[in-house]
Each structure stands twice: as structure tokens, then as C-alpha cells.
Write a protein that binds this ligand. Structure first.
Ligand SMILES: [Zn+2]
Length: 424
């Protein structure tokens, strides 16, 4: 009996395997048949022939010329294209990591379009446009026409689909880490830190238990998430005190971040000479600085520890009064902001500005180093008010323009819907 059972089971199994295999063969057959069917309509195929698109990756050390040559394009063609486009965009400035998208005509296989994404906002298109030239001469009554081609360049803004989202987190080691833990795009968190950069010194004031919530745009293209867009509103609760930022455009001259009362949060000076994204990764709240401002030890400056080579930025607009070697200070830059304030930045690996140069808030003026009397890479940052070194963290700094009274209704109407979401 048992043997019979095994035989029956065996027969069933073999049948299943055979049927399955036949089905597979039939399926692959039908695939082959299908594709034969398709290619049999050759005339239709020609009509549907597509332009060839080639993507040339811009790698380290490559130039516009050798990239185009690598795609098999004649130097006369790519130089003509370059010269026609240069007033709109200089293709010599193409950046590593981006791509040259080249489209070749389906009939002639000649290059007919170059597309290059310049940044998140814009794309460059250079198209070969042909026009029939007006007849120059007549030969025996026959009109001779020639087709003229030329490259036409234009920059086209990228249109994104925008999703508005609200995200939040609790600081344990840093806002950066908290945001990463919440799955927030780190580019969004850097933007949020930028919006708060006049109100909070992220390397010193932020502490465990602080919370943040913010509303911002997420940009999508063809259904794919690309990047964070604008920060619309944010709330950061620092040591129990809520700080707000709302993006608002009062007019062309006054747009940016304001608090809940319509006062600009953007100040004459940044809170720190090192951008958030360079002090954010891996730092622990309150333990990032080497030494703070201390009158008794005569260390009348703030030291910001940061990796060697980190950009150092001007905290405010002004003119460079010193740039170079300053003994114990190593490589130093001094900026005069107005008749009252100036700032000094010391121990840099190198300076990036010249004496007499005008700088704007946030401009890179040098790079973190450990030159002069210094034990490790950091920037020694001093603020001088009327000739006396003061603590920049304690100084109440002059703010930007507030919303005018006549625009307050519009402002409150706009921000209150976001404030409700942040306060939920
Ligand atoms: Zn110092």
C-alpha cells in the first residue's frame, strides 16, 4: 500500500513539474513570438525610432572639451555650441557629480541638444535650431535655399510639485542627530538651523530635552522626491522657551524670517562664525567649545572647535581691515562692521580675503586651522565694541527690518495658520 502511495505521489509530482515546465516553455515561446511580431512591422518601427540620449557624467579632472570629445562629438561642433551658449551659461563651469545630457537626432545621429542641470532651480538647454535662409541668388530662375543651423541656449526654471509637511524631534545629543533619528532629510535640518542661526547658537545653547517642530516644502519631480524646499515655519523650544521663525515676503526689499510678532529674526550678526552643517555632525551639546568668553582668564573670545579646513564665515557685513599672519593668533582676519563693532577670527589654516575687501554676512573669509598658539583646530572668535572685547553671546545685536504696521494683518493671517500647527 505504501509503495502505491509513493508511486501516486511521484506521478502527481512529475505531472506538476512537467506541466509547469511546459507552461514556462510556452511562456518564453510566446515572448519570442511577441518580439518577432513586433519587429516584423519594420515600417512602423522606423516611425517610432527615438532620438538617442547619452548621459556623460562629469568626473573629477574632466573638462567640457574632453567630456564632449568622449561622447564622440567633433571639436568644431562642441566649440560652436560653447560659444553660442557662453553668454547664457559658461559650460566651462560644469560641476563634478552632475551630468551632460546629450540628445542625438534619430535620423542623422547628429547632436541636437545639450541639457545640463545647473542647480536645484535651473536647467540649461542648448538646442540646434534650423531656419531656412532667404534665397541669396537666383540661378536660371531656380530659387536656391539653404538651411542654416545655430545653437540657441536658454535657462529654464525647474518646476517641482510641492508637498508641505510638518516634522518634529526631541534633542538628545544634537538637533542634527535628532532629525536623522526622525528620518528627516539632513538638508532640511541644515535649512532649519539656518533659519534659527540668528536666534540660537547650536553649538552652545542647545541642550538635551529641547524640542523642535517645523513646516517646510518637499520638492518632487516626476513623482520622485528631490530635495527640501523653503522652510515655511519653525518652532524651537530651548530650555523651555519657544522661539519661532516664519518665512514671509513683505515686499521685494524685506523678505526672510520673522518671529511671531513680525520682528525680523535676522540680525546684523550671525550667532556663530561656523555654519551649522560643519559643527552639527557628531557634536555633543555643550561640549563642543574649547573655551568660552572668560574675563578672569583673559580669554575674551569664543573658541569654536571644528574640523581642520572648515569654512569660517563673516558674522556680518563689513570691510576687511586685516588678513594675514598675527604671531600668537596665527592666520587672522579682522572685519570692521561699522563705527561700533568689529570682529576677529584667529588660528585659521588660511585666510580667503584681502585687506580692504567688502564682505557680506555669511561669506567665507578663511578656513579652520591651528596656527599660532593653538592646541587643536578651532576658530578663536572675538567681538570688539567701541574698542573693548565683549562676549558676543551676551550682546543684544541690532535686528533687521520688522513688518510695517500696514502689513501686519496680512502677516498674521499668513503665519497664524502655521503657528496653530506648530503649537499643536
Ligand atoms: Zn581662543
Amino acid at each position: 500500500m505504501k509503495r502505491v502511495h509513493y508511486i501516486i505521489l511521484g506521478v502527481i509530482l512529475i505531472t506538476i513539474v512537467v506541466v509547469f515546465t511546459i507552461k514556462q516553455i510556452a511562456y518564453s515561446d510566446s515572448e519570442i513570438v511577441d518580439s518577432v511580431d513586433n519587429s516584423s512591422s519594420i515600417e512602423e518601427q522606423i516611425d517610432e525610432k527615438q532620438d538617442r540620449v547619452e548621459q556623460v557624467e562629469i568626473v573629477d579632472g574632466s573638462t567640457y572639451g574632453n567630456l564632449m570629445a568622449s561622447a564622440g562629438i567633433d571639436p568644431n561642433v562642441y566649440m560652436d555650441l560653447y560659444n553660442s551658449a557662453v553668454d547664457v551659461y559658461d559650460l566651462a563651469k560644469v560641476r563634478v557629480g552632475r551630468v551632460l545630457n546629450l540628445t542625438f537626432d534619430k535620423d542623422t545621429d547628429e547632436l541636437k541638444q545639450l541639457m545640463y542641470q545647473i542647480d536645484l532651480e535651473n536647467e540649461l538647454f542648448v538646442n540646434l535650431s534650423s531656419s531656412v535662409a532667404s534665397p541669396e541668388g537666383r540661378e536660371g530662375g531656380i530659387t536656391a535655399t539653404t538651411t542654416e543651423t545655430k545653437w540657441v541656449a536658454e535657462i529654464v526654471p525647474i518646476e517641482y510639485d510641492i508637498e508641505v509637511v510638518t516634522e518634529k524631534g526631541v534633542v538628545e545629543s544634537s538637533m542634527y542627530q535628532a532629525a536623522l533619528d526622525s528620518g528627516i532629510d539632513e538638508r532640511a535640518i541644515v535649512e532649519l538651523a539656518n533659519a534659527f542661526q540668528w536666534s540660537l547658537d547650536f553649538s552652545m545653547e542647545v541642550q538635551t530635552g529641547d524640542t523642535f517642530v517645523f513646516t517646510y516644502e518637499k520638492l518632487y519631480r516626476d513623482g520622485q522626491y528631490v530635495a527640501p524646499g523653503k522652510i515655511i515655519a519653525g518652532k524651537f523650544v530651548n530650555k523651555g522657551v519657544p522661539l519661532y521663525v516664519f518665512y514671509f515676503e513683505e515686499d521685494d526689499d524685506n523678505k526672510g524670517f520673522f518671529d511671531q510678532d513680525g520682528n525680523s529674526v535676522q540680525k546684523m550678526f550671525l550667532k556663530a562664525p561656523v555654519a551649522y552643517k560643519y559643527i552639527s555632525s557628531g557634536f555633543t551639546t555643550g561640549r563642543r567649545y574649547v573655551a568660552a568668553f572668560n574675563v578672569s582668564t583673559k580669554h575674551r573670545a569664543i573658541d569654536y572647535a571644528a574640523a581642520y579646513g572648515t569654512p569660517v564665515r563673516a558674522v556680518g557685513n563689513g570691510s576687511v581691515t586685516f588678513s594675514g599672519w598675527a604671531g600668537p593668533y596665527g592666520n587672522k582676519v579682522s572685519i570692521r562692521h561699522n563705527g561700533t563693532y568689529s570682529t576677529n577670527y584667529a588660528h585659521m589654516s588660511k585666510t580667503a580675503v584681502k585687506k580692504g575687501q567688502r564682505v557680506n554676512q555669511g561669506d567665507v573669509i578663511g578656513y579652520v586651522g591651528s596656527t599660532g598658539f593653538s592646541t587643536g583646530p578651532h576658530v578663536h572668535y572675538e567681538m570688539v565694541k567701541n574698542g573693548i572685547k565683549i562676549n558676543p553671546l551676551k550682546e543684544v545685536l541690532p535686528p533687521g527690518k520688522s513688518i510695517k504696521d500696514e502689513n501686519k494683518d496680512r502677516f498674521f493671517k499668513e503665519i497664524n495658520k502655521y503657528k496653530e500647527v506648530l503649537d499643536k
